[in-house]
Design a protein around this ligand. Structure first.
Ligand SMILES: N[C@@H](CCC(=O)N[C@@H](CS)C(=O)NCC(=O)O)C(=O)O
Length: 351
């Protein structure tokens, strides 16, 4: 085990017990008889705001613009949940979390959900008292190198130094890859993202490794210098990036999960924020249920029956989020497309 992985494990275990004894008790206590059946939803309602853990510094995922508006797919993932829970996508407080403190932020109740390029793994669900509600981006670990190093594939990098953020699944994926291929590497572990990227650019490491999406967006932000950087063709792991909630509040889990499914159902049915109101008298049963024109799907989740309408009206369907947040970075939809367009995003029936 890498030393940093050990430290990370110790921190997370400590965090879990802390949340079980402090945050956990207070959260359970907040669920009163007249509540929604979800302690987290009751708290969100009482506060009038969703507390959503994001990274805050990753273009395309979560980054504030000059007006202070948080943009990106992870930020929009928070907004659809606020639209569902509160009827207002703007009622989100974005809480910046790091790769190392993200799980304790959720365990302790500092945030109601985590939407932060976090890979769904067994250990994260099995050990931390947390659960993934949906995957908003199917990704994989990649490598970025300098063009002048003339490296064509990851297997050529025997003995390389690789810049990685500690506390990430990247650390584990790179370690597996080198072990499997009987090659050596030296990890350069730097927690602060800007510092890590600076270390790579200044030549302290031969490669920078993280989720392919983040490498593509980092390269994109280099402007004219992007051509000096090469994304290697190797994708060495599966990194399904998802949103997490605490275990033990199943109704909140349902609400978060079905908010995503609503945004996908809208895309599947060609319903978007622009044409939504032309469906006021919808005839397609799936659309009628999505928009709350029939059925009691909102009631089943403890929220407004128009939650699907609110999500699409205020944030858009999943394709609109993708086009707004990811497309400008030049990343194709690929495997993240709908199942009937060659991807793996598949919405279970809203009925
Ligand atoms: N998906 C991996 C990696 C997550 C990760 O570290 N993502 C980077 C991508 S740039 C990030 O969010 N960095 C921002 C920061 O740490 O401030 C995991 O769950 O461990």
């Amino acid at each position: 085990m890498l030393p940093s992985a050990f430290i990370r494990g110790a921190t997370l275990i400590a965090g879990f017990f802390l949340s079980a004894s402090i945050g956990g008790a207070s959260l359970v206590g907040a669920a009163h008889a007249q509540g929604t059946g979800s302690a987290t939803l009751d708290n969100v309602r009482a506060r009038g705001q969703l507390l959503c853990g994001i990274a805050g510094n990753v273009p395309g995922f979560s980054l504030a613009d000059s007006q202070g508006k948080m943009n990106g797919l992870d930020a929009d993932s928070c907004r659809i949940v606020a639209a569902a829970a509160l009827g207002d996508a703007n009622k989100v407080k974005f809480v910046v979390t790091t790769t190392q403190n993200r799980f304790t932020a959720l365990q302790s109740g500092e945030v109601d959900m985590l939407s932060r390029s976090t890979t769904w793994t067994l250990a994260r669900e099995g050990n931390l008292g947390l659960v993934f509600a949906w995957v908003n981006y199917y990704d994989g670990t990649g490598f970025l190198v300098k063009k002048n190093a003339n490296i064509k594939t990851a297997k050529e990098m025997d003995g390389a130094t690789i810049c990685i953020q500690p506390g990430t699944s990247t650390e584990l994926a790179v370690s597996d890859f080198y072990r499997l291929n009987k090659l050596k590497f030296t990890p350069i572990l730097i927690g602060d993202l800007a510092e890590l990227q600076g270390a790579f650019l200044s030549g302290r490491c031969d490669a920078y490794s993280t989720d392919g999406s983040a490498l593509a967006t980092f390269r994109f932000t280099q402007g004219a210098k992007a051509d000096d950087l090469v994304l290697l063709p190797d994708i060495i792991s599966k990194e399904p990036l998802g949103v997490m909630v605490r275990k033990g509040d199943d109704k909140w889990f349902d609400l978060v999960r079905w908010s995503f499914i609503a945004s996908l159902t809208a895309e599947e049915n060609g319903v978007n924020s622009q044409n939504l109101d032309t469906f006021a008298q919808a005839t397609v049963p799936d659309i009628r249920r999505l928009l709350g024109q029939e059925g009691e799907l909102g009631k089943a989740l403890g929220i407004d029956n128009k939650f699907g309408y609110n999500i699409v009206k205020q944030v858009g369907n999943f394709a609109e989020m993708w086009d707004r947040d990811i497309t400008p970075l030049g990343v194709p939809r690929g495997i993240n497309n709908l199942w009937n367009k060659g991807g793996v995003q598949y919405a279970p029936p809203m009925r």
